[in-house]
Write a protein that binds this ligand. Structure first.
Ligand SMILES: CCOC(=O)Nc1nc2cc3nc(NC)[nH]c3cc2c(=O)[nH]1
Ligand SMILES: [Zn+2]
Length: 372
């Protein structure tokens, strides 16, 4: 019996999209789903109540950051991440692999794991597959990610092949180290760069290790969108239908729709929260850079079609003022809106799949958001 079980509800007749339910120890998640990112045990500027009010079903937190500060032992003493941050719904923790690899020259990859220097104080650390599982076990997340190497882009074929094969060996070590399979699920991560044959090899090796879910890694790393969509479509073919598929680090509206259409069930991205803090909103009429002078005397809501707290109460002029004045409330109001926008988009996507009209929905959405 796994800690996490996927229930396939319906397949869209127009596309490869699926409607599903993910049963976890902290509740059931309706998929396709967007997961707000709470890197340091908080979705920046949001309280758990506000996250629930906008419809967040699951949030992501980051193993590398929490290991570095405040430390996984401290969080374990606090009763685990759910208790520590007072979030009683599901949590997915990533293994920190991506962060460590993006530390660039400060890290050394060996068969054992990755040696790196802390971004905080320069101290030396080594994360291994066993360590990544130990940290995530202490955090107590519902879904933990395997320790993998996200190959850089571009990367030559030989490097990508050696890297994916090591990621497979690391996954087996993660599975061997994972004891409490009843309370926490381990997801494997498919790599293979932008090489279709290596993607097939990685998918076959990773899914040969029986786990409750699988992620597609190594994408959204700077490659052109058409390459990402092409590699994604190819890779999904080799993933089992009865398990959830998680595309890591993806979250602009077009990427979410293109991912769902190709059969992806779970997404995470820092985009909505990050652009909120610098004054950009995703709205039904497309992107609105509310800090622009155009909105100085615009006393209309940010998004007339949005039902969030920000759009029900405030004007563009007020939000622009807060952002220009670098007021904390400005970031909060735009974060509430941007997260609600993506969560609402995924609600509408689930309805469209239910009604077998996802491609029509995508057309309508693109016309309004991207004016194309
Ligand atoms: C979220 C799971 O993190 C991991 O444990 N490994 C991992 N993380 C990724 C995060 C990514 N973010 C992006 N774009 C913003 N691409 C990503 C790829 C990976 C990955 O391959 N592997
Ligand atoms: Zn809104």
């Amino acid at each position: 019996m796994y800690a996490v079980r996927y229930e396939l509800i319906k397949e869209c007749k127009q596309s490869g999209a699926r409607l599903g339910r993910l049963h976890t120890p902290h509740g059931i998640i309706e998929t396709p789903i967007f997961m707000p990112v709470g890197t340091q045990a908080t979705v920046k500027s949001m309280t758990p109540e506000e996250l629930k009010e906008i419809g967040s079903q699951i949030i992501l937190s980051n193993t590398y950051h929490l290991y570095m500060r405040p430390g996984h032992e401290l969080i374990k003493k606090a009763g685990g991440l759910h208790e520590f941050m007072q979030w009683d719904k599901p949590i997915l923790t990533d293994s920190g692999g991506f962060q460590v690899f993006s530390l660039g020259p400060l890290r050394k990859i060996t068969e054992e794991g990755v040696e790196f220097r802390s971004h905080l104080d320069g101290s030396r650390h080594t994360i291994t597959p066993e360590k990544a599982v130990e940290i995530q076990t202490a955090l107590g997340s519902d879904i933990m990610m395997a320790f993998d190497e996200c190959a850089p882009y571009p990367a030559d074929r030989d490097y990508v092949k050696k890297s994916l094969e090591r990621t497979t060996r690391w996954l087996q070590r993660c599975k061997d180290a994972h004891k409490n399979t009843e309370n926490q699920a381990l997801f494997g991560i498919v790599q293979g760069g932008m090489y279709k044959d290596l993607r097939e090899q990685s998918a076959r090796e990773i899914t040969a290790i029986d786990l409750p879910g699988y992620a597609i890694g190594g994408l959204s790393v700077g490659e052109p969108k058409d390459i990402m969509y092409d590699i994604l479509g190819h890779t999904v073919q080799f993933l089992p239908e009865d398990k959830p598929r998680y595309l890591m680090g993806v979250g602009s509206p077009d990427d979410l729709l293109e991912g769902v259409i190709r059969g992806v069930d779970m997404f995470d991205c820092v985009l909505p929260t990050r652009i909120a803090r610098n004054g950009t909103a995703m709205t039904s009429q497309g992107k609105v850079v509310v800090r622009n002078a155009t909105y100085a005397e615009d006393f209309s809501p940010l998004d007339p079609e949005c039902d969030c707290y920000t759009c029900r109460n405030y004007t563009k002029a007020y939000i622009r003022h807060l952002i220009k004045a670098n007021e904390i409330l400005g970031a909060r109001l735009l974060t509430i809106h941007n997260l609600r926008f993506l969560l609402k988009l995924m609600e509408n996507v689930r309805i469209a799949i239910h009604e077998d009209r996802l491609l029509d929905f995508k057309e309508e959405f693109f016309k309004k958001y991207y004016k194309k």
